[in-house]
Design a protein around this ligand. Structure first.
Ligand code: FE2
Length: 359
């Protein structure tokens, strides 16, 4: 059985945002210390803000100080004609820094941008929305939320996303009809944020079935762990994540670092409990010890990690890849049962299969 690699680059709908649109989105939060600059005028020491998401350039972050000319060459290769620089954060020898202009009192200097779309909460609480439409709206706006987070996984943004996820978790816990449609959503592409959201829906639903009679689990925290399980992919080269083919050994080695890197982001930003951080660290471990990064087996893997691994593999199998079409749910379930059952804790997998029956 080939290794299942889940989650990739941009969602087709969301990717339709043009570079110009992305640029205008970023320009809309300009401060007085930020200005547009031609690529030819870039210098080492300038603090740059790239006019697109990290999926479209080879750098780890959208914002950084240019430390060498090689980075300017790479920026030019990306096809940008101009970028934004923050003059206050730039340190360019011989260039005088313009001090921030005084702002009138009671004016907002920057437009506040929240990673959680207002429409997510509106859809969740819209009592007139039929369950199937509600599920579609919740998926769409959850995907936007996770996309925004992956663009900038700061502590503040993770905290905001946890609030958005908590509302989604409450919806799944209290609304069986909408939960059914969330479980059976047919939009499965291979992009990281779509995958993160689908795994979130699936894993929270499995946790709901398993922990129905228990108060011992913080479902909000658990939900955040599931939605953020692939957070470490923000530090994997996008060329590897988006590669339209099977990864080489070296590329696979890079990819296999994402559980550890995601765990580190959560530690550095002091987010999630130790138990829920294990979801991020252990979602590629396998019950038979054949997973990664630590080759844990059986009960060495936390229950939360085992739940996430089932949802993760199922979504990977039912998602389109550049080199293979998605399987339908039945075929995926059959393959998991017949060829991969030793990867999972059997009773958890059986409970997962039962989730797809109509309530
Ligand atoms: Fe993963």
């Amino acid at each position: 059985m080939p290794e299942i690699i889940s989650g990739g680059g941009k969602n087709a709908d969301l990717a339709s945002e043009s570079q110009g649109d992305a640029y205008r989105r970023i320009v809309s939060r300009f401060t007085v210390m930020e200005k547009k600059i031609k690529i030819d005028d870039l210098k080492v020491g300038m603090y740059i803000i790239l006019p697109t998401s990290w999926f479209k350039h080879p750098f780890a972050k959208n914002e950084f100080s240019i430390s060498e000319k090689e980075q300017i060459r790479k920026i030019r290769e990306c096809g940008f004609e101009e970028v934004i620089i923050d003059t206050a954060k730039s340190k360019v020898p011989g260039v005088e820094q313009k001090p921030p202009e005084p702002q009138p009192e009671n004016t907002v200097k920057t437009q506040s941008v929240t990673v959680v779309p207002d429409e997510l909460s509106e859809a969740i609480h819209d009592k007139k929305l039929p369950a199937q439409e509600k599920a579609k709206a919740v998926q769409k706006h959850s995907i936007l939320m996770i996309r925004n987070l992956l663009d900038n996984p700061s502590a503040e943004n993770i905290r905001d996303v946890k609030k958005g996820v908590a509302e989604v978790v409450d919806l799944i816990l209290t609304d069986d009809d909408t939960s059914y449609y969330l479980m059976n959503i047919t939009s499965h592409d291979f992009y990281t944020y779509t995958h993160s959201v689908n795994v979130g829906f699936l894993a929270v639903s499995l946790a709901k079935a398993l922990f129905r009679k228990s108060m011992a689990h913080d479902m909000h925290e658990l939900g955040a762990g599931f939605f953020l399980h692939d957070l470490g992919k923000v530090h994997v080269d996008p060329a590897i994540i988006n590669k339209p083919g099977v990864l080489t050994d070296d590329e696979m080695e890079q990819m296999r670092k994402h559980p550890d890197m995601g765990h580190k982001i959560l530690l550095d930003t002091n987010q999630l409990t130790n138990e829920c951080r294990k979801i991020v660290m252990q979602h590629h471990e396998r019950f038979n010890g054949m997973g990664y990064p630590k080759k844990l087996k059986g009960d060495e893997i936390h229950l939360y990690g085992k739940i996430c691994s089932i949802a993760d593999v199922f979504d990977a199998l039912t998602s389109d890849r550049p080199y293979r079409k998605k399987m339908d749910s039945f075929k995926a379930m059959k393959l998991m049962k017949e060829e991969m059952l030793e990867h999972f804790q059997k009773d958890l997998f059986e409970q997962f299969v039962l989730l797809f029956s109509r309530p």
